[in-house]
Design a protein around this ligand. Structure first.
Ligand code: PSU
Ligand code: MN
Length: 299
């Protein structure tokens, strides 16, 4: 697979230095400009300060880029025509020379092909509410089932059916562990009421389990779920009404498929006067911090 590496990532790959993969749909479609640039640059600087190469992954003019230069980040964050590229669309994006943010599934694919084993995101995609009718289940789940990496996320996005998402992760054989919790986090909130997770206490626990999963040739990812910091959380009771409202609005406006998640996130930012955006940034950066510690343990 042809991959364009940044200087930083190329050097790290050569010397075996620690690398953390980061995605770009969260930049292009998950947050508004200029918050998204600030977020992306902060995420990268957290990595660098801790001696980890930051590998933000995106498609630029049909090239798979691993590690972006600042103008490329600005481009992904600003350009209105940037696509949302999932794993099944990677070949199309390359063939048609698209520029696009890569989702969790596409980012995992490229990271794995690059030899990178740890990836931090905000919240994974999953089973949408109303999936009984719509069949809308994110490719993120199948990618987690098929690609053996460590993925750090604040649970799955709160707009989803979290209980069905967790059940599906089980069906697909994904090894889910809670970082200092036995409860599946609900993205903006720390609790979901789903309390059956295996709890780990340290980044070392995560890497030990991942190594064992690799030894037994599990094939699926080790998903480390990391709750949003207390000071940034929006209690589930408060956010739930707003999510319900946004989902109803999406139904009325007939927004489906890959447009649905970005639409819901945007509506929730509007309805919370930006509080959900601050929460989203905080939880994603918190996952970067944990990802960095995990990468260090691994190398
Ligand atoms: N985490 C965030 N914001 C986001 C995403 C994750 O905090 O926007 C993105 C990821 O790229 C994920 C995608 O793969 O949302 C899920 O989209 P869908 O539900 O269409 O599969
Ligand atoms: Mn979908």
């Amino acid at each position: 697979m042809k991959i364009q590496f940044s200087k930083e990532v190329k050097t790290a790959l050569k010397t075996g230095a620690p690398i953390l993969a980061l995605e770009s749909t969260i930049i292009a479609h998950g947050m508004p400009y200029p918050d998204n640039v600030e977020f992306a640059l902060t995420a990268e600087s957290i990595c660098r300060q801790q001696g980890v190469a930051s590998a933000t992954i995106a498609i630029i003019n049909g090239e798979c880029c691993v590690g972006l230069e600042r103008p490329q980040i600005e481009f992904i964050a600003k350009d209105e025509s940037i696509k949302k590229v999932s794993r099944r669309e990677l070949g199309i994006a390359i063939s048609k020379k698209w520029s696009g943010g890569t989702t969790v599934s596409a980012t995992m694919h490229i990271a794995h092909q690059s030899g990178i084993s740890v990836f931090s995101t905000g919240g994974i995609g999953g089973v949408h509410r109303g999936a009984k009718r719509s069949f809308d289940i994110s490719q993120d789940l199948t990618a987690l089932a098929q690609i053996p990496m460590i993925v750090v996320s604040a649970g799955a996005k709160a707009v989803l059916d979290l209980s069905k998402t967790l059940e599906t992760l089980e069906t697909l054989g994904v090894s889910v562990v809670g970082f200092k919790t036995n409860e599946f986090p609900a993205f903006y909130s720390r609790s979901s009421g789903l309390c059956d997770l295996f709890r780990i206490e340290s980044p070392g626990d995560a890497t030990h389990i991942y190594r064992k999963n690799m030894e037994i040739k599990l094939g699926a990812s080790t998903l480390v779920v990391n709750p949003i910091p207390k000071k940034n959380e929006i209690p589930i009771g408060e956010i739930e009404k707003i999510i319900d409202y946004a989902i109803k609005d999406a139904r009325i406006k007939k927004i489906t498929g890959k447009k649905l998640t970005p639409f819901l996130l945007k509506e929730i930012v509007k309805k919370t006067n930006g509080r959900s955006l601050e929460a989203n940034k905080a939880l994603a950066l918190n996952n970067v911090r944990l990802g960095v510690k995990i990468v260090h343990q691994l190398s």
